[in-house]
Design a protein around this ligand. Structure first.
Ligand SMILES: [Zn+2]
Length: 90
């Protein structure tokens, strides 16, 4: 068993630990005096970033949709109120 120097997480195998350290040091902003990733590790990082980016894109889309629904609702309430006021005058 070996531990990650950044977060202390335990790993049974060295390759698993190494792969984790590459990503963990990115998370912890400790890239300056760190292990330089191999091409294969770069690929792992790119895949991770891609996945996270996709998740964030979906979250942003959801938030924008909620925002739009809210705006539409506000407009509808305003229109309803104006119509109500018009009807009272008649
Ligand atoms: Zn770690």
């Amino acid at each position: 068993m070996r531990n990650c120097p950044h977060c202390g997480k335990k790993f049974k195998t060295n390759p698993a630990l190494h792969k984790h350290i590459i990503l963990c040091q990115l998370d912890k902003n400790e890239v300056k005096n760190s292990v330089v990733p191999t091409q294969k590790e770069m690929w792992v990082i790119i895949q991770k970033l891609y996945k996270e980016n996709e998740i964030q894109k979906k979250k942003i889309e959801k938030l924008l949709k909620q925002q739009m629904d809210l705006i539409i609702m506000k407009i509808q309430v305003k229109e309803f109120y104006q119509e109500y006021k018009q009807n009272l005058k008649m």
